[in-house]
Design a protein around this ligand. Structure first.
Ligand code: KG4
Ligand code: ZN
Length: 336
């Protein structure tokens, strides 16, 4: 099966055979860097340029020909409409041309199933069901109970910004390039997480909120820079470590509550922010203390990629869960 991902600013194609990933090619889009964020129209154009070479490269690396493809899975949503249209139109065209079934995939579902990506010969432990997944990406932050590969229940989510957005916006306030999450992670390693304290939101239940943290960071920087214009450059590592600590603490507090409330001790983290070394360390430590079995995707599969689309497509394929060619992409999309 060929998997295609084009929901945001990465064009990606992957090949999966009997549940094992044979190739995963990603073309990222440098064009957005100068704007400090993803420009939707430029993303669609770059997807159009990248899609054919990326699919060809994925087939080549997998050692298969176009005619060997038996099914095609693609991201239906959520994401940027213009970006989704490129991948979905390509997938539909190819499925018609080859006369093979088409499978639509929810991008968030795929981030969670990135935990099940394996290459031929890999000996990996997968989470057993039910497990709780903390899904943290640039656009979403959710707590999900996975009951099977194809059944999930959302038990908490952000009421404003996503965790990745909080990382990126705070990075931008410090003058770091987009996406700022990986930069904060890098500088935080040499900083003191207790150097500065920023206000944490108190939200009921298992929901999250990050917009207050961003505002408190904005005012804090503004005040300090009034008396010391070099404040950010002089304290970059400590600022990064402290803001990362605040975000990670908010995430892990709700994750612990979710485990306590449900009694589930199989715990996973997925999505772009699951690459964060502070979050990984903190969840691993908590897991040791609380008797959890903890799972993360391999770092290469945390941010957007087609391997996770292909693996999700594979589980839908073996359940004969196909979609028809009239299905249109959806910028907001909460079904599987
Ligand atoms: O899952 P993803 O690739 O795209 C969405 O579906 O949104 O996630 C991208 C997000 C960005 O906000 C990026 O800053 C964040 O993941 N991210 C990180 C790290 N690597 C990626 N945030 C913190 N630490 C990292 N190491
Ligand atoms: Zn994503």
């Amino acid at each position: 099966m060929l998997g295609i991902e084009s929901s945001c600013d990465d064009t990606s194609a992957a090949v999966i055979q009997n549940g094992y990933i044979l190739s995963n090619k990603i073309a990222d889009q440098q064009v957005h860097r100068q704007y400090g964020g993803v420009v939707p129209e430029l993303a669609s154009r770059a997807h159009q340029q990248n899609i054919v070479p990326v699919v060809s490269a994925a087939l080549k690396e997998a050692g298969i020909k176009v005619d060997d493809i038996q099914a095609i899975s693609y991201t239906r949503g959520p994401g940027l409409m213009g970006a989704l249209l490129v991948g979905s139109s390509f997938a539909k065209g190819m499925s018609l041309a080859l006369n093979v079934p088409l499978i639509e995939v929810n991008h968030l579902h795929a981030h969670i199933l990135s935990l099940f990506i394996a290459r031929p010969g890999d000996q990996k432990d997968f989470p057993s069901f039910p497990f709780i997944c903390l899904l943290v990406s640039g656009g979403h932050t959710q707590l999900v109970i996975m009951k099977s590969h194809l059944e999930l229940e959302i038990i908490g989510q952000t009421i404003d910004d996503a965790a990745g957005e909080a990382f990126d916006k705070c990075a931008k306030l410090m003058g770091l390039p987009y996406p700022g999450g990986p930069m904060i992670d890098k500088y935080a390693r040499s900083g003191n997480p207790m150097a500065f304290r920023f206000s944490r939101a108190r939200v009921n239940g298992l929901d999250f909120s990050f917009s207050g943290l961003k505002t408190s960071f904005l005012y804090f920087l503004r005040d300090r820079m009034r008396s010391d214009p070099e404040f950010v450059t002089g304290n970059r590592n400590d600022l990064c470590a402290s803001i990362q600590h605040a975000i990670v603490e908010s995430l892990t507090r709700k994750l612990s509550e979710a485990s306590q409330m449900t009694g589930i001790k199989q715990i996973a983290v997925a999505g772009g922010v699951s690459a964060n070394s502070g979050l990984r360390e903190s969840v691993t430590d908590l897991g040791r203390a609380l008797g959890w079995n903890v799972f993360f995707p391999e770092v290469d599969y945390t941010t957007d990629n087609a391997a996770m689309i292909a693996v999700t497509g594979y589980y839908k394929f073996i359940s004969s869960w196909f979609s028809d060619h009239h299905v249109v992409p959806a910028a907001r999309y909460d079904r599987l």
